[in-house]
Design a protein around this ligand. Structure first.
Ligand code: GMT
Length: 376
């Protein structure tokens, strides 16, 4: 099948997932065309059957805000025609589903059409999509999609609640992980060697947006560090990175905090980690939690959003109310001080991630969905 994929190409779970999906589909023999403003960050090298079409947002002095959504619609329309795409799959509703709808309308005028799948990832529903500036167009675009998927049961329920979207059936297809990549045994110990082999490594991976509550990461870590010889490794960048570093200094743990910034390949880092902290406000899924679990890293996070679907409290990690960084720190310190319990939890995390979120099984669900829309 010839499939067009649009996503945010920069760092973030939805772009990562969309890119991994495209790669997996190409490995299965499909032709995949990424249509976006920049090459997706997890797609840096040549891969057979994968093509990249850059959206050029024309500049003009009149445009304080260049209309990316229109340029994207035009590029989608062009690529569908020139490469005879059979389906468009957009990740993150805003503005991708709207641009795809415009492209479809343009095609219809010419007597054509292309089926559209929209995958909802989280803040396109929970934050941005409910902003009055975007709410009605988000609802409209979801309703105009031929099929809509959400990455968790929580996000599906939130979509139906927030948009009262009776006309749209939302199917849950969860995110997935490639167990060969997120495999603790596969990588070296460079990070562990750097921090010292006996020190525990507590990690946080995110885009450092306010929703991630990175100050709680630092506060929970400071509590862990009071009793456990450990370091905090921050991976990623975003608006709250500086604040996290300042909080680390304020709490006296700056010498035990390593802020790495953006790193494209997180699997080798996770393979060195002992614990992942994700004290987020409301994560629709928590792809970084899944990648940690698959790497045998227990997760301490919040019992909010879709995270309880991914992390099983008491078995693969621990979940606490939003803001309770003291309980998170205490649970982390207890776990890291009990090697036998940590080993059991690490093994359970890797096994559970493989059992429930294996790439092959989840990608097959997307393929089945595509086949219903593009019968051969
Ligand atoms: O974090 C965002 O603002 C958007 C989005 C992204 O592009 O990273 O994250 C969402 O999609 C991920 C992939 O499905 C999910 O794992 C994240 O939980 C979700 N973020 C939120 O719900 C905050």
């Amino acid at each position: 099948m010839k499939i067009g994929i649009t996503c945010y190409p920069t760092y973030g779970g939805s772009g990562a997932l969309a890119t991994e999906l495209g790669i997996a589909l190409a490995d299965r023999g499909h032709e995949v065309h990424f249509i976006t403003y920049q090459q997706p960050f997890r797609l840096r090298s040549f891969r057979p059957r994968i093509f990249f079409h850059e959206v050029d947002v024309g500049r003009y002095p009149l445009f304080e805000y260049p209309p990316y959504d229109l340029a994207l619609a035009v590029r989608m329309h062009e690529v569908v025609l020139s490469h005879r795409l059979e389906l468009l799959h957009v990740h993150y509703a805003i503005p991708h589903a709207t641009s795809a709808w415009i492209a479809k309308e343009m095609l219809r005028r010419e007597g054509g059409d292309v089926p559209l799948v929209t995958t909802l990832h989280g803040t396109d529903i929970t934050i941005v999509g409910q902003d009055p500036s975007y709410q009605s167009i988000t609802r409209f675009s979801i309703e105009r999609s031929d099929r809509v998927t959400a990455v968790s049961e929580y996000l599906k329920a939130e979509t139906l609640r927030a948009f009262g979207c009776t006309g749209c059936a939302v199917e849950v297809i969860p995110n997935f992980v490639n167990p060969a990549i997120f495999d603790r045994a596969r990588y070296g110990t460079e990070l562990r060697d750097q921090v010292g082999p006996d020190r525990k490594i507590v990690m946080h991976v995110s885009n450092f947006r306010p929703v991630k509550r990175v100050l709680d990461v630092v506060r929970a870590f400071a509590r862990i560090a009071a009793t456990v010889d450990s370091v905090l490794v921050l991976v990623g960048d975003g608006p709250d990175r500086d604040a996290a570093e300042q909080e680390s200094a304020r709490l006296g743990v700056a010498d035990r905090t390593i802020s790495l910034g953006r790193i494209e390949k997180v699997a080798p880092l996770l393979a060195n980690a002992d614990l992942l902290l994700l004290p987020t406000d409301a994560e629709s899924f928590g792809l970084s939690a899944l990648e940690a679990l698959a790497s045998g890293v227990p997760v301490i996070g919040t019992a909010a959003g879709g995270l309880p679907e991914v992390v099983t409290h008491g078995e693969t990690g621990f979940l606490f109310p939003v803001g309770d960084h003291e309980a998170m720190g205490d649970a982390g310190a207890a776990l890291l001080s009990d090697p036998a319990r940590w080993a059991r939890m690490s093994a359970a995390a890797a096994a559970d991630a493989r059992a429930r979120y294996d790439e092959d099984r989840i990608v097959a669900r997307y393929e089945a969905l595509y086949r219903e829309m593009v019968p051969r």
